[in-house]
Design a protein around this ligand. Structure first.
Ligand SMILES: [Mg+2]
Length: 244
């Protein structure tokens, strides 16, 4: 596997912007994503990571358990508005962005923007969701695409889906932290603890809980895997528990 230099360097961005690693929504897998709620909020396009998000790592077929959710996603957004950002070609019925630089490189971001702005109905950054299983690639990339904006008191106070999208002012970062096949488990352990620590340190829990409430389906799915059990526990501790 080639060395992901942009991914390796992204932790340094934590020094001046710790929130760059915080996902807006945490789910075990895409079955917990409320695609209709995303659409109602104004999201029109999606970028997906492939390995351990949609497929077993280095395989090109969808994990069977995700068939219905993947179909729903493509029906709601439209197949041309769903993109897989990978460095190789796969057959998941949506376009694949073949980028030379790995996520979260800015050249990869440029490729994504070029694709969505070339559509007949161009899609802006704040109409996108980025879904992936790794913090330092997928989540950091989504947050790098956000622009800081001074929000009006009215938008900050509202808690509806559209106002949440306006608050982000860029792609919604969705972290899938269930794993279909064990891979980089030490790094994943580190990522989970780091997200937890930054969440507490930046006092972001209540802010992120609003996103979780609207865009994630709250009911745990049956047939939970080890990853999913961790996820529910993590969700509880990160987003809902007031004090440890
Ligand atoms: Mg992945």
């Amino acid at each position: 596997m080639p060395l992901n230099i942009p991914g390796l360097l992204s932790p340094f961005q934590l020094l001046w912007n710790p929130r760059v690693i915080l996902p807006h929504v945490i789910i075990a897998d895409i079955r917990q994503l409320d695609f209709l709620a995303l659409q109602k909020a104004g999201y029109r396009g999606a970028i997906f990571d492939k390995d351990n998000c949609l497929t077993i790592p280095y395989k090109d077929s969808l994990v069977p358990e995700l068939q219905d959710a993947w179909k729903e996603c493509r029906e709601i957004f439209g197949e041309g508005n769903v993109l897989i950002a990978e460095s190789a070609s796969y057959h998941l019925s949506v376009p694949v962005l073949q980028h030379k630089s790995p996520k979260p490189a800015y050249s990869c971001i440029s490729g994504i923007r070029a694709y969505f702005s070339s559509l007949r109905n161009p899609i802006k950054d704040d109409e996108l969701v980025v879904v992936g299983d790794r913090i330092f690639t997928d989540v950091v990339m989504a947050n790098r695409m956000c622009r800081r904006v001074a929000l009006s008191a009215e938008v900050s106070k509202r808690g509806d889906a559209v106002s949440l999208r306006e608050r982000v002012n860029g792609p919604l970062a969705i972290w899938t932290n269930g794993v279909w096949q064990k891979e980089s488990m030490v790094m994943r352990y580190f990522e989970r603890h780091l997200v937890d620590a930054v969440c507490r340190w930046t006092d972001s829990r209540s802010h992120l809980a609003e996103f979780q409430k609207i865009f994630a389906k709250p009911v745990p799915l049956p047939n939970t895997s080890e990853g999913k059990k961790i996820s529910i526990k993590r969700l509880w501790s990160i987003l809902w528990k007031k004090e440890r």
